[in-house]
Design a binder for this molecule. Sequence first.
Ligand code: GAL
Length: 378
Amino acid sequence: MGWNSWNAVSCEVTEADIRAAADALVDTGLREAGYEYVVVDDCWMADELDSKGRLQPSTAFPDGMAALADYVHDRGLQFGLYSAAGSHTCQGYPATLGREQLHAEQFAAWGVDYLKYDNCGDHHGRDAIARYAAMGDALAGVDRDIIYSICEWGENRPWQWGRNVGGHCWRTTDDLVAKWRTDPDEFGLGIADVIDRMAAINAAASHGPGGWNDPDMLQIGNDHESGQSKHEPVTVHRPLTEAERRTHFAFWCLWAAPLMIGTDLTSLSTFDRELLANERLLAINQDRLGIQGTPDERNENSEVWSKRLADGGAAVAFHNRAGAKREITTHVVDTDIPEGADRYQVCDCWTGNEWTTNGSLAMTVRPRDTAIVRVTPQ
Ligand code: GAL
């Protein structure tokens, strides 16, 4: 859980943005809710490596990365940086391929706790597994624990090898944009596109403590004015609706996905802050078993997904794909809830309302919205 600069400020990122984000995580209470990592994405580096081949910060980071890491650490947070397993980053800055050891040592010396490692630039004829393993080995060799976040966009099924190369999480899918769906000729995927894709790739078996499928960073709070929306070739017409934002957060929590906030925290709305800090949803996301929710039923009008939890219960999500409000039903036997109890306690994670059932579950859901309940055998 944390915050990353890309969706909010894209390639305009500055040291001041990172300090402001760290301060805002504290001031909004989101650090207390569990958001811990502050990650500087692409464009932090100068146009040239130094004479030894090391990365240097751009003039937008005048105090340097060690001082910025200290600032973040002083606020009880962890510090992350970005590079790529190619000659250049996606925005054309120098990257790490062939200099893994040197750069891993730099990151450790600066106090980096998290590395997002992208897939752009020239690959020098080496495949993804070889390139990502080289950095995994380099990180394992330095005297600092650094979370290794593989950003390979899901192209070579990284859920099958991400752990083996030392990865702690790996992107499953293309970049998420602040839209419900994208057109085929547009950049990236919308929320509903990622839900379809996560159902299709069926990667839940690879996911769990120490190695997580990553469907990309959160777009809650973003619109056409946000950094990524302005930077990438995608047309964002309006902010995500409240229903779309609830669905976005509900699925990322049900998937036990990394939760990297991607919006300007200095102007966060009350709705978005409360959504991101929802304790019932975060308990599902952070559940000790770390199971990724999977689909029980998907049809043209509705979807039901569920995820077993450590207390012997499960979370169940009811998503309305249709254009009108509808009741979506299921039964415990058709979900990941353990069977055989006489009664089940149900808690609506949005409202906190509680009731009991002998096994039938029915939720009324608005278009594009998602109801999510926690069900516990009694
Ligand atoms: C993309 C990556 C994004 C962002 C961007 C920066 O490849 O998927 O999350 O890091 O590069 O250029």
